[in-house]
Design a protein around this ligand. Structure first.
Ligand SMILES: Nc1nc2c(ncn2[C@@H]2O[C@H](COP(=O)(O)OP(=O)(O)OP(=O)(O)O)[C@@H](O)[C@H]2O)c(=O)[nH]1
Length: 259
């Protein structure tokens, strides 16, 4: 192509050198040059068109990519929201589960596990003022045998409520297991505790539990009490309360034995 132009130029130069000759084919050369330029120009136009459509294609592609990116981003946000909700629900469920693991399902009172935790805390903080009362319903098997297990459950719940109500702010109650309850007194004086336990035995003795068949059920409780002695462990304190309860049972039930 370069050599074509060179040849054309050459012909123009020689035509100009001979410009007296009106027949000289200068005008033919100029026509040819014009034609050549036209060809070049249409090539350039073609290239511009190709370039434009290429740019369009790129823009279109970027748009598609942008849309896809937005879609993924929205999905990601949705997943994050779901995951947040899931984590919150999981945390709440765990909390509920943990709380439930400290509650006795029948009576709604703190259970033995919770009580042992509390005991440990109290023991670390101020052991010298600690007092325990182990409480057991007397001849409870008879209630089950006579009125059925469901009625036995009702009596257990009612006795639990009465203990909790009578002890009030003075102590903390838990269902220790079966028909046994444990009360911790952490800040009450000895005399106050003894009076409270005597009152408790009286409250249960005088209580009447409706059997639902026109019969009122009566029962009593035996209580063994222990209080902290120098060098005690939690186990030792519980064992002394247990021994005192055993004595209360052996000496006729419906009484408090101070260990
Ligand atoms: N209804 C009911 N009964 C229970 C539950 N847990 C333990 N028991 C019953 O409690 C009774 C305890 O019987 P025993 O250990 O012989 O004691 P008791 O009859 O109370 O006699 P003493 O303790 O010696 O006065 C058993 O019959 C158990 O089945 C409970 O959650 N619900």
């Amino acid at each position: 192509m370069k050599s074509d132009i060179k040849a054309l130029e050459q012909r123009v130069v020689s035509a100009l050198a001979d410009n007296h000759n009106l027949e000289h084919p200068l005008y033919d050369v100029l026509d040819e040059l014009w034609q050549y330029n036209q060809n070049q120009w249409s090539r350039i136009e073609q290239m511009i068109r190709v370039s434009d459509s290429y740019q369009d294609m790129i823009l279109q592609r970027e748009k598609t990519l942008g849309e896809r990116f937005d879609k993924h981003l929205r999905q990601l946000e949705k997943i994050t929201r779901i995951s947040d909700r899931y984590q919150t629900a999981l945390r709440e469920a765990n909390l509920e589960l943990e709380q439930a693991s400290y509650i006795d399902a029948l009576t709604g009172l703190p259970n033995r596990r919770k009580m042992l935790r509390r005991l440990k805390t109290e023991f670390e903080m101020r052991p010298e003022s600690l007092c325990l009362a182990m409480i057991d319903i007397d001849h409870f098997k008879r209630i089950n045998d006579e009125f059925g297990h469901l009625m036995g459950d009702d009596v257990l719940v009612s006795v639990g409520n009465l203990i909790e109500h009578t002890v009030g702010e003075l102590g903390h109650i838990a269902r220790w297991g079966g028909e046994e309850f444990l009360v911790i007194f952490s800040q009450a004086g000895q005399l106050e505790v003894e009076r409270c336990l005597e009152q408790l035995a009286k409250v249960i003795r005088e209580a009447r539990f409706d059997s639902g068949e026109g019969i009122s059920i009566r029962t009593t409780i035996s209580i063994g009490k222990s209080h902290y002695q120098t060098g005690d462990t939690i186990d030792a304190l519980i064992t002394r309360a247990d021994n005192a309860l055993y004595q209360a049972k052996n000496s006729g039930r419906d009484r408090v034995v101070f260990g």
